[in-house]
Ligand binder design. Structure first.
Ligand code: COA
Length: 528
């Protein structure tokens, strides 16, 4: 048998193992070609007892366990494209997320130390004056472990695309949408959890989901007319008084242990934000008739329940919604804000509240509100049976009035956002005849050629926000002003996962250099 370290093409060998697992659990996956991994596997099977070999269940269990162990040894291999494939299906005995992280953190600390020592001086690109003036587009400047955004392929969570996540993450119903708790596990550990692990994490989050009274009072002190994001961010700020990180820091906790109270704060925050968010919703739109949590439900379904929607399709939508909005690498406004604020050792509540204030901007998270309002204004003016020509005229009217077409374009993406595509697939499956969905589909045809015609838009294709509103609207969540709060709840999962790693890896205070126009003018004159 070849020793593991000498197998040629170890990356593909490793990924094949992931596919073997997925193939064992999902018939819809492509057939793997696990050449050397199967070789190794068959050699290992020769050590099984005869009665184990003839019992298919035993063979399956032993193969899962064996592959899991093999994968464990391969968790940090880089692919040819520089991304890391950590795909691993785990055995049911490893239910404690905290102790898994405790095992992983020293490996990753060593990895970063080695990277810095061996390659710290390698150049990653040139900085141009355009980049400094243009919002740092394309400038690599952040370490963000939980996800990576490819301009053409879209987001990958720990190396997994959205369709891959939909295939391998545990679901509440067969063939259903991924459970957000599973994604949280994946983002934190880089490993695909099994059902038991996701269930255990679900229960753990429930056990942390108690919101102190003063939080409600803080929200109540605002007028009901305050924007839902203002009320939500106020609630998150009020949660901060319970920060474990702040208490531990005040007591002089050593730097090597920073991640532990950050973990506590992060899980508490992720568990509690749906309650705060639902309080805001019910306060503004349902006369303050609050619905308590249902301990029998998973994170997404319970969120839907506390908002007041108990249909199984809406529960599925919330699972999908929370999963796909959770993380979009580190440079977007909300993620970057949290990372920056946390680099000052502000705790996760302070950092996440800051992120929410960025998310509330119309060029970022508020776009989902803007899209539904804009679509409804189209219908109001032109009716539901709008022709393509009328729609084109409306798009031009919006542009000529100096506004952007909400839901289209992106700072990094250069193709249709896969988060848009999976919502489209959800709509095709569950609400194909919804008139607003049909309008969204028509916009997909009409808007990109017009934006291209403008000549300056780098990405004319729809983004995540172009679709979410009509899905929520279909199931009765019609209050567009509230939509960004849903986005915020979801973002807690990605942002907090990375904040734990920020502290575990000992990332320093963020402090980029700024310059004045005069400095730029003088520097550029000398350089040319
Ligand atoms: C997302 C967004 C802010 C990205 O901005 P960006 O990185 O500066 O995008 P670009 O480099 O393509 O912008 C170049 C120009 O095209 C314009 N543009 C980009 N998207 C546009 C849109 N959807 N409608 C009209 N104009 C648009 C920009 O406003 C900019 O114009 P300017 O030079 O006159 O200021 C931008 O596409 C946008 O405003 N989209 C609509 C809002 C939205 O959907 N936001 C959610 C993002 S997930």
């Amino acid at each position: 048998m070849q020793p593991v370290s000498s197998i040629a093409g170890p990356i593909f060998w490793y990924e094949d193992i992931g596919l073997v697992f997925a193939a064992l659990t999902s018939s819809s996956l492509p057939t793997p070609t696990p050449s050397s991994s199967l070789l190794l596997l068959s050699a290992k099977f020769s050590s099984l007892r005869f009665e184990e070999l003839v019992d298919p269940a035993m063979v399956f269990i032993r193969s899962v366990s064996l592959l899991s162990k093999l994968c464990s040894r391969r968790v940090q291999l880089s692919s040819l494209y520089g991304s890391v494939r950590w795909l691993q299906i785990q055995s049911g005995s490893e239910l404690d997320l905290h102790s898994q992280l405790k095992d992983l953190i020293p490996e990753q600390q060593e990895r970063l130390k080695k990277l810095k020592a061996e390659h710290g001086k390698v150049q990653l690109g040139n900085i141009t004056a355009d980049m400094v003036i243009g919002g740092m587009r394309g400038m690599i400047g952040l370490l963000w472990e939980t996800s990576l955004l490819d301009p053409d392929e879209g987001i990958r969570f720990r190396g997994l695309s959205i369709p891959e996540c939909q295939k391998v993450l545990p679901t509440a119903i067969p063939g259903g949408e991924p459970l957000p708790e599973g994604l949280l596990w994946l983002l934190l550990t880089g490993k695909v959890p099994n059902k038991e692990q996701v269930h255990a994490l679900s229960k753990e989050l429930q056990s942390r989901a108690t919101v102190p009274d003063h939080v409600y009072k803080a929200i109540d002190s605002l007028p009901e007319t305050a924007h839902p994001m203002t009320q939500f961010a106020t609630g998150v700020m009020a949660l901060q008084v319970q920060s474990e990180f702040q208490k531990a820091y005040d007591k002089g906790i050593p730097k090597s242990k920073f991640w532990e109270p950050t973990y506590e704060d992060s899980l508490n925050l992720i568990a509690q934000v749906p309650i705060v968010a639902c309080y805001v919703y019910r306060r503004i739109y349902k006369d303050g008739d609050i619905i308590p949590a249902d301990g029998s439900l998973d994170y997404g379904a319970n969120f839907s329940h506390m908002l007041g929607f108990d249909s199984s399709k809406m529960q599925e939508l919330m699972r999908l919604y929370v999963t796909i909005h959770s993380d979009h690498e580190g440079g977007n406004v909300s993620a970057h804000t949290a990372h920056l604020v946390a680099s000052a050792l502000s705790d996760p509540y302070l950092s996440f509240a800051a992120a929410l204030n960025g998310l509330a901007g119309p060029l970022h998270g508020l776009a989902n509100q803007e899209v539904l309002l804009w679509i409804k204004s189209v219908v109001e003016e032109c009716g539901e049976n709008i022709t393509t020509e009328q729609l084109k005229d409306y798009v031009w009217k919006t542009l000529n009035s100096g506004k952007v077409v909400p839901g289209f374009g992106h700072g990094v993406l250069r193709k249709t956002d896969p988060r848009y595509m999976c919502q489209r697939e959800f709509a095709l499956k569950h609400l194909p005849d919804d008139p607003l969905f049909q309008l969204v589909s028509k916009l997909y045809e009409v808007v990109p050629p017009i934006l291209t015609q403008l000549g300056k838009v780098k990405n004319p294709w729809p983004n995540v926000d172009a679709h979410s509103g009509v899905l929520l609207n279909h199931f009765g969540l019609t209050e567009a002003r509230y939509f960004t709060v849903l986005f915020g709840v979801s973002r807690s999962i990605g942002i907090c996962s990375q904040l734990i790693w920020d502290r575990a890896l000992g990332l320093p205070l963020e402090r980029p250099k700024s310059v004045t126009m005069e400095w730029l003018e003088n520097y550029c004159k000398k350089a040319t």
